[in-house]
Design a protein around this ligand. Structure first.
Ligand code: UGB
Length: 598
């Protein structure tokens, strides 16, 4: 009461709401007016932010928390009444006629798409000190994830607009969801690299806010451990992306500009864009409102499983069941062994790689109804089995892939399964944890993420007719991986299999220890026999043909130890560095037609 006259009318309203919601403890220790007034006002700035950034405000947050905490205390199964079964979706095989057809359809559509990268997570499992999008996706060229993603989007934009025969000026929008943990560093990375070639107006950063922490089952808001005038906060999860997009007004702007698709993706999957054209082709051909990308999943692998859930009352939905919930759900519903591999060597439930393609029209309709609120969950760590107190404060969380949960059963929700070697190699685990991954399961480390890029590029070239030597096995940071030739190309060289095929001709071969880097759109390799390192740089208007044998000492992977702090962190977490001994480097900086023949 005594402090009322230092507060604005809005702040008084917020204080009333907190008192009505049983949060009087937040004010118990408040000092006399005239003392700590600045801190009191900044407390209300924080409350106002927490209130504005949650659909329905803080009062809703507290109500939702009480309901979910009560359910959790009771041990209520979130899938109560639902029986899981294996769903059917579009299963694609890289390079076959069907795949090529979907890729063509995807390229046609992609100029009508917007991309949304969720990059608010700090990656605690990886333990890297920087932001994850700044990590090199591979160290042959040192291209970081964000640069790679942007160059892929620009290459898709060019390829799609070419099909529109000069009728298309579209600049595909990119939204990046950041958080307080990643925002400043993401902006700095973009600004210091001229947005990696995108127009700054093409890129929009939306920062997610954290949510209030909860001390007990009554949803008592937790005080910050260091300030008596601050509420403790923690991240709310990637599901925030929907409410942020809704409140930004961008969805309507996109719709008015004629866009049809929104593609969501995560921070460290260097393969993902190899799967995008075909997956978007599936969305447009099958007219899916929601299309999730999936890969065959090893049982118990730490990625969610796409599952069909059928309720006793007849309702069905196809939805991601998170990795920690799938096994208990299966055990509770008649699958005595839980989440186990079938005779194929994989779980029958495809793995969700959290790449979602949403049809913009129905997405806007749904968000107009929900304002982007996504079903939440709470995961308190209880002190004991009475479940009355927590080891540390908790908070509500939400996941972007839970968006379909609130859709009506008539919504067209599908999924597309791709080969894992083509579509999925995230960098999530630190070297120690990766080395402990059970044999046969993917490491999801910086080591495996980089090796997967070389393997995918090698396999794509093989499928295009290039003779690629078999890989050798090597162990880096305690992880045994296949080492393929280190092949990379800029996205503008080829974004689809048909493009790759059109750029390699005759009888080409690449030895196992070779490196090939193609940095130019119009580079053609013909009857190339590569044993060593070859780097081709060329400008857009140069048409370059590389023919014949290229032999030199090449580049080598040299072991490094992840504990050796004299080596930069982004290198040592891979367990190797590239020793560049000798290469043939071809540079074409003038327009024209050129042939290199050794
Ligand atoms: N992220 C945010 O932007 N904000 C947040 O508050 C949290 C994360 P993780 P997770 O594909 O491999 C997901 O931590 O959540 C961003 C799926 O839920 O890498 O453990 C963050 O920056 C799971 O079903 O993954 O698991 C990153 O880009 C499975 O599909 C992204 O969200 C798994 O990813 C994912 O965050 C997978």
């Amino acid at each position: 009461q005594k402090n009322l006259n230092i507060l604005s009318p809005d702040q008084i309203q917020l204080a009333k709401m907190l008192l009505e919601m049983g949060q009087s403890h937040l004010f118990n220790h408040w000092s006399e007016p005239g003392q700590h007034d600045e801190e009191k006002r900044s407390f209300f700035d924080q409350v106002s932010k927490l209130n504005a950034s949650y659909p329905g405000g803080l009062a809703s947050y507290i109500q939702n928390a009480r309901r979910l905490l009560a359910d959790s205390k009771e041990g209520k199964n979130p899938f109560d009444g639902f029986t899981p079964s294996v769903p059917s979706g579009e299963v694609l095989t890289f390079g076959d006629e069907n795949f090529v057809k979907f890729e063509e359809a995807g390229i046609e559509e992609v100029r009508n798409a917007a991309f949304v990268l969720v990059a608010g997570g700090l990656g605690e499992r990886l333990g890297y000190n920087g932001i994850k999008v700044a990590l090199p996706s591979e160290t042959t060229t040192g291209t970081c994830f964000l640069q790679h993603y942007i160059e892929c989007i620009l290459a898709l934009q060019e390829a799609s607009c070419r099909l529109a025969q000069g009728q298309c000026e579209r600049q595909i929008p990119l939204v990046i969801m950041t958080s307080d943990d990643t925002h400043a560093r993401t902006l700095e990375l973009l600004e210091s690299n001229a947005y990696f070639g995108m127009k700054p107006t093409q890129v929009k950063l939306l920062k997610q806010e954290k949510v209030a922490c909860l001390d007990d089952n009554e949803a008592t808001l937790a005080m910050d451990p260091v300030s008596k005038y601050r509420i403790q906060t923690k991240p709310h999860g990637h599901g925030d992306v929907h409410s942020l997009l809704y409140s930004s007004g961008l969805l309507n702007t996109w719709h008015d500009a004629g866009l049809k698709w929104v593609l969501f993706f995560q921070d460290t999957n260097g393969l993902l864009f190899k799967a995008i054209p075909a997956a978007l082709g599936v969305s447009s051909t099958r007219e899916y409102h929601v299309n999730s990308l999936a890969v065959p999943r090893k049982a118990k692998e730490a990625i969610g499983g796409i599952t069909k859930l059928t309720h006793a009352d007849g309702r069905t939905m196809v939805i991601n069941v998170e990795y920690n919930q799938l096994d208990p759900l299966l055990r509770a519903t008649g699958y005595a062994d839980g989440d186990v591999n079938s005779e194929t060597g994989y779980s029958p439930f495809p793995g969700n790689i959290n790449q979602l393609i949403l049809n913009l029209g129905p997405y806007i309709e749904e968000l107009t109804r929900t304002h982007g609120a996504i079903p939440e969950f709470v995961n308190p760590k209880y002190k004991d089995s009475s479940k009355t107190s927590f080891k540390s404060s908790t908070r509500l969380e939400c996941m972007m892939q839970d968006y379909p949960k609130s859709l009506s059963p008539s919504a067209r929700v599908g999924f597309t399964v791709m080969d894992a070697w083509l579509a999925y190699a995230p960098v999530k685990n630190n070297p120690e944890d990766a080395a402990k991954v059970p044999k046969g399961n993917p490491y999801h480390s910086a080591t495996s993420g980089e090796m997967a890029i070389y393997r995918a590029n090698s396999l794509i070239l093989r499928k295009a007719g290039v003779e690629i030597a078999d890989p050798v096995k090597a162990t880096f940071n305690g992880q045994e991986v296949e080492v393929w030739p280190c092949v990379t190309w800029k996205p503008k060289w080829a974004m689809t299999f048909a493009e790759v095929r059109s750029k390699v001709g005759g009888s080409c071969s690449v030895s196992q220890s070779s490196t090939m880097v193609i940095k130019g759109r119009n580079v053609f390799v013909e009857d190339l026999s590569l044993d060593g390192a070859l780097v081709v740089n060329s400008i857009e208007d140069a048409e370059v043909k590389v023919v014949g044998p290229v032999h030199n000492k090449g580049w080598f992977l040299e072991q490094v130890d992840h504990k050796d702090t004299s080596i930069p962190e982004e290198i040592r977490i891979r367990g190797f560095k590239i020793n560049k001994v000798e290469q043939l480097e071809l540079n074409y900086t003038e327009p024209g037609k050129f042939t290199y023949k050794s």
